[in-house]
Design a binder for this molecule. Structure first.
Ligand SMILES: Cc1cc2nc3c(=O)[nH]c(=O)nc-3n(C[C@H](O)[C@H](O)[C@H](O)COP(=O)(O)OP(=O)(O)OC[C@H]3O[C@@H](n4cnc5c(N)ncnc54)[C@H](O)[C@@H]3O)c2cc1C
Length: 397
């Protein structure tokens, strides 16, 4: 073969087919149902949820990012990113793709660090959909720098641990029946953190919603002398630092960024379509340079974002250092999402802020994306560290 020829980048055939399957599913099943739901809905009626979850299982898409041995499809990070872009393209999709009908697995650290008993009791039933989980790091004392901010304590007492303290902004804890809670077990050390699996209903453990801009409210958790058996410890005593570092390592930022990308694509598509039908001053919006430039900026930013997301995913799958790339994808995608949805709202005029269209929900939810999963400032700090630690500026990490 001529060494100078190359085929360019194409998605593998199997992935292209799955991508189409996800697009069709979201369009024909989710968006069709969503039209009948309240614009703030965070769940499907139970009969639809059951029926669609089964359908997704039959399509081979249930919990696609989870290893097969736990009941998922074992897709790699790149496949996950490509499919996540499509799964989120409906009104509730940014936070609740398919309203949970693709499965709601626990955070990967649960099966990476869980004992066989914990995996059987908590992880597998959650992947199967009969249980649901939350993941609690952030405290009233702060979330950007959790290693320092974690003040909830766990003190050993015989075969149990006694937990006291509070967590804030915890997603999914109203719906969940168990969760992973990060506690301080060595007050002298920044690394003295231990994780526990805590069941809802344990005496002294209470959960309250925290009303925010997003319809899917996070929660505040309160722990007052909550006794948890040692068998519910996840990982080593004072080993929570490793779990935190693993989590903060940023693999999760890649599908998170793909979701930002997907909603940007959906908002942009709506704006391009609308501009071609709406007339003002005797001509279509699409003929106006002011409108064209907004749409062109969307187009360029979306294309750039996709490469950032894919680059991070490729490096993760190849076992290469990927943290800078994941941080760049998270930073750019979350900030771009705000800009793209804002422009799409502007093109739609008054309809853009009405609850008849998904744009106003995306507009509100997009604001949270610059804070959750590592705020923009923390992403910039992380990228800056690479700049000044010997890596090639403008090159890979
Ligand atoms: C809707 C929602 C859902 C969430 N879900 C979860 C969840 O499920 N589990 C969980 O554990 N947490 C969750 N969080 C918490 C989220 O991770 C934190 O809000 C986030 O990490 C920031 O922490 P903080 O709010 O305490 O802000 P702080 O840490 O107090 O930071 C305040 C601001 O200062 C900036 N900042 C911090 N340090 C610096 C610095 N050195 N230089 C410049 N700027 C800086 C931050 O970027 C931020 O903008 C959720 C939050 C929200 C809003």
């Amino acid at each position: 073969m001529d060494p100078m020829t190359y085929e360019g980048y194409v998605l593998p055939e199997a992935l292209r087919l799955l991508k189409q399957t996800v697009q069709d599913y979201v369009q024909k099943e989710i968006i069709a149902l969503e039209r009948e739901l309240d614009p703030e809905a965070i769940e499907l009626p139970p009969e639809h949820f059951q029926q669609l979850s089964k359908k997704v299982q039959q399509m081979g898409l249930w919990c696609w990012e989870v290893p097969e041995r736990y009941g998922g499809q074992g897709f790699n990070c790149f496949w996950d990113a490509v499919l996540s872009e499509d799964a989120v393209q409906h009104r509730a999709g940014l936070y609740l793709p398919g309203y949970g009908t693709f499965g709601s697995p626990p955070q990967p650290v649960a099966y990476e660090y869980g004992t066989p008993e914990q995996i059987e009791t908590y992880v597998v039933p959650t992947i199967q959909g009969s249980r649901a989980s939350f993941f609690a790091i952030t405290e009233p004392s702060g979330g950007s720098d959790p290693a320092r901010a974690i003040r909830t304590t766990a003190v050993r007492d015989g075969d149990d641990w006694v937990i006291n303290g509070s967590k804030i902004f915890i997603s999914g804890a109203l719906q969940a029946d168990w969760g992973i809670v990060f506690t301080r077990t060595d007050p002298q050390s920044r690394r003295g953190i231990t994780c526990f699996i805590v069941e809802k209903g344990t005496p002294g453990f209470t959960v309250q919603p925290v009303p925010v801009i997003r319809p899917w409210y996070p929660t505040q958790l309160f722990f007052q002398d909550v006794r948890v058996p040692d068998r519910n410890r996840l990982g080593e005593v004072n080993g929570g630092w490793n779990i935190l570092a693993n989590r903060l390592l940023g693999r999760g930022r890649i599908p998170y960024s793909a979701a930002n990308l997907g909603v940007s694509v959906a908002a942009h598509r709506m704006a391009v379509e609308y501009a071609q039908t709406r007339e003002t001053f005797g001509a279509l919006l699409s003929s106006r340079q002011a409108i064209q430039w907004m749409l062109v900026d969307n187009e360029v930013e979306i294309a750039a974002c996709r490469w950032l997301v894919w680059q991070a995913a490729w490096r993760f799958d190849a076992g290469e250092e990927f943290r800078k790339e994941a941080a760049m994808a998270k930073l750019f995608s979350s900030e771009m999402l705000g800009r793209v949805v804002d422009r799409a709202v502007q093109v739609h005029g008054g309809y853009g802020v009405s609850k008849w269209l998904p744009l106003e929900r995306w507009y509100r939810e997009a604001r949270v994306r610059r804070i959750g999963e590592g705020p923009s400032e923390v992403m910039r700090m992380l990228i800056a560290r690479y700049l000044f630690s010997g890596s090639q500026p403008g090159g890979p990490s």
